[in-house]
Write a protein that binds this ligand. Structure first.
Ligand SMILES: Cc1cc2nc3c(=O)[nH]c(=O)nc-3n(C[C@H](O)[C@H](O)[C@H](O)COP(=O)(O)OP(=O)(O)OC[C@H]3O[C@@H](n4cnc5c(N)ncnc54)[C@H](O)[C@@H]3O)c2cc1C
Length: 290
């Protein structure tokens, strides 16, 4: 494949991120099968282009200048079930894993139903909610480097900690993962999914473009509580605003730029540091050319 016929040129990333923010990707390729994924990585390698895998785009702030190289949008969604183990390709929406589990009478994965994004994004960032996280339910994952070599690692080898894994800041791609639940029944799982969905709707500004929690919770406290106590609920920078519903969410209320969001994040960090001596660490990943 020639590089000029490789995907779409200069695709605005604002079309593919939950914040609706982000400048152009030089090359944008959507993959829907394992073969596509492996093939696209091989073409990128041949042309010495850097690769960024995009899952749901629900945990990234893409710079206004955009992304140099190739963005691979991972829409490869495939699951299979063996007993209480679900194997899912990395582009599978996390919510689909929860649905497959419930349908098969597997419990313990219900929390995945309301975490947006894909299996790959969840493994990369140890996504979690309602007291559970990826670390608690992942058996192993198959990874691939940009040479196309694949290998399988156990849970312990992924170095999971609160909202991180040792895949972060590396170009290693998650190909698929296996999750383990417990035997249960469908009705219990469905009831639990409804409960947590209602709780989210009540507490989070889901009607406005956002990227989930902006900061990690510091040990023993909540980033949202600290930002609110610093008087920043409703604070704005350009089109970005600290949500009035949940202070650890920044929402795009107009045509916010990435710089607006970054400036507002820095203001939250500065004021929380000055008032409470706590350093807020971003949960959202800043990607692209800043
Ligand atoms: C309304 C809302 C609520 C949210 N609630 C939660 C929550 O409760 N808990 C929580 O943990 N998060 C939450 N998030 C954040 C987000 O959903 C998670 O971080 C999610 O796991 C990101 O997955 P993604 O596929 O969208 O990743 P992306 O945003 O597409 O990517 C994030 C990072 O993962 C990398 N990545 C993606 N796929 C792969 C892959 N296959 N291989 C290697 N790297 C990959 C990307 O390159 C990037 O570095 C929320 C977000 C929103 C918008």
């Amino acid at each position: 494949m020639k590089v000029h016929s490789f995907g779409v040129r200069d695709e605005p990333m604002s079309k593919h991120t939950s914040l609706h923010i982000g400048g152009p990707a030089d090359y944008f390729v959507r993959v829907t099968t394992e073969r596509d994924l492996v093939g696209a990585i091989a073409v990128a390698r041949e042309h010495e282009l850097p690769v960024l895998v995009l899952g749901g785009g629900t945990n990234m702030l893409v710079s206004d200048r955009g992304i140099r190289g190739v963005v691979l949008q991972n829409d490869w969604s495939e699951t299979s079930v063996d007993g209480v183990t679900i194997t899912a390709s990395s582009g599978t929406p996390l919510a689909s894993v929860a649905a497959v589990a419930a349908r098969n009478g597997i419990v313990g994965l219900e929390w995945m139903a309301t975490v947006p994004g894909t299996v790959g994004g969840a493994v990369h960032g140890n996504a979690g909610a309602f007291g559970s996280e990826t670390k608690d339910v992942l058996s192993d994952a198959t990874l691939m480097d940009l040479n196309g070599d694949t290998w399988t690692v156990s849970n312990a080898e992924l170095g999971f900690e609160y909202r991180t894994s040792n895949l972060q800041k590396t170009p290693i791609v998650v190909v698929r993962a296996r999750f383990r639940g417990q035997p249960g029944d469908r009705a219990t799982a469905v009831r639990r999914i409804k409960e947590i969905a209602n709780e989210r709707i009540a507490k989070q500004p889901l009607a406005q473009p956002n990227t989930g929690s902006i900061f990690r919770n510091p040990p023993g406290d909540h980033a949202g509580r600290l930002i609110e106590a610093a008087g920043l609920k409703g604070a704005t920078e350009g089109g970005a605003m600290v949500s009035t519903k949940h202070a650890n969410f920044i929402v795009n209320v107009g045509d916010a730029s990435a710089i607006d969001v970054k400036s507002l994040m820095e203001r939250c960090q500065r004021e929380v540091r000055e008032k409470f001596g706590v350093e807020l660490i971003p949960e959202v990943e800043l990607v692209g050319e800043w």
